[in-house]
Design a protein. Structure first.
Length: 130
């Protein structure tokens, strides 16, 4: 993971400086339409964090995209569920991926985050493609 702060909602000028896009939005369709056409998407991990407005169409579109890996909601989520899931996911990924992020580490981090939601008895569902 690169950087210590989020970038703005405009697309980055230098796609080499990051490897993960976490899109946090109530309605991510507008920005997703811009991102899905970028040539650098096939080298990035793309995750959507949306709450209280789950859209199965956009989750399906992202799952079918050319991104290297994707994480999407598969059900409506509360802000607490989404925040807890992604906080755990990215913490695990950071702990276990020192200089390179592998598909195996994405899956492992996803499984840990999913298990945390289950342990806390939250109902949110997420899906991953590595």
């Amino acid at each position: 993971m690169y950087g210590s702060a989020p970038i703005s909602t405009s697309l980055p000028d230098d796609p080499e400086n990051f490897n993960i896009i976490l899109l946090c939005s109530h309605k991510p369709f507008g920005i997703w339409n811009q991102i899905e056409t970028q040539p650098w998407l096939s080298q990035k991990i793309f995750a959507i964090c949306c709450w209280e407005s789950y859209d199965p169409e956009i989750s399906g579109s992202v799952m079918q995209s050319g991104a290297a890996s994707v994480i999407v909601p598969e059900s409506p989520t509360t802000p607490r569920e989404a925040g807890l899931f992604y906080l755990k996911f990215f913490k695990e990924l950071d702990l276990h991926s020192l200089d390179q992020i592998s598909g195996k580490m994405i899956w492992f981090s996803f499984a840990k985050a999913k298990e945390l939601l289950k342990k806390r008895r939250y109902n949110a569902k997420f899906n991953v493609r590595c």
